[in-house]
Design a protein around this ligand. Structure first.
Ligand code: AMP
Length: 191
């Protein structure tokens, strides 16, 4: 079973690469950002609350993330070849909670893939995406805040998995195919 975490700063290409990984390795895709945006579109109570954090570039509270994700992880790891977690865990507390849940389900995280892209390139990509995405957080002010939050809260998650020998840095610069080639060789070495 392959249970992969794909991590990296906003705009690093997590979503694009997740789609390719899902197709090649037949994994189930769980994106916390997508789940939250679905709640926002539905205008559910959770969505309305989540939007107030997301539009400012902040992380939404851990309890909210867990309320939408833990059941999904339990369901998607049943009778599947594995999952890809995209956008989760975003801080060390979430990583610890994930590992507790995986242990309870008798599953294991295989590897965290850390997609590394220069900050200037990230800003260029996100501003370009903002022209068509309609996302409330793809504007310069929020992008800067999201990059700061990434450095302070999410980057330490890499150390957490590095200490468990479950970490791979991936050069996220280049064409989509080049990056996917790098990712595939890491995943293939874990099968
Ligand atoms: P993403 O689509 O992964 O870039 O997520 C968009 C926004 O949703 C983030 O900037 C956060 O505000 C929120 N978000 C997504 N995943 C998480 C998470 N695991 N923990 C907290 N907030 C999250």
């Amino acid at each position: 079973m392959l249970n992969i975490i794909i991590c990296g700063a906003p705009g690093c290409g997590k979503g694009t690469q997740s789609d390719l990984i899902v197709e090649k390795y037949t994994l189930k895709h769980l994106s916390t950002g997508d789940l939250l945006r679905e709640e926002i579109a539905k205008k559910s109570d959770l969505g309305v609350e989540a939007e107030s954090y997301i539009s400012k570039g902040n992380l939404v509270p851990d309890t909210m993330i867990f309320s939408i994700l833990s059941k999904a992880i339990e369901e998607q790891t049943k009778n599947s070849k594995g999952i890809i977690l995209d956008g989760f865990p975003r801080n060390v507390a979430q990583a610890e909670a994930l590992e507790t849940l995986m242990a309870k389900l008798n599953k294991e995280t295989t590897i965290l893939l850390d997609l590394q892209v220069d900050n200037q390139e990230l800003i260029t990509r996100l501003l370009k995406r903002g022209e068509t995405s309609g996302r409330c957080d793809d504007n310069l002010e929020t992008i800067k805040k999201r990059l700061e939050v990434y450095e302070s809260k999410t980057a330490p998650v890499s150390d957490y998995y590095r200490n468990k020998n479950k970490y791979a840095a991936i050069n996220g610069m280049g064409t989509i195919d080049e990056i996917f080639g790098r990712i595939s060789s890491v995943i293939d070495s874990k099968r």
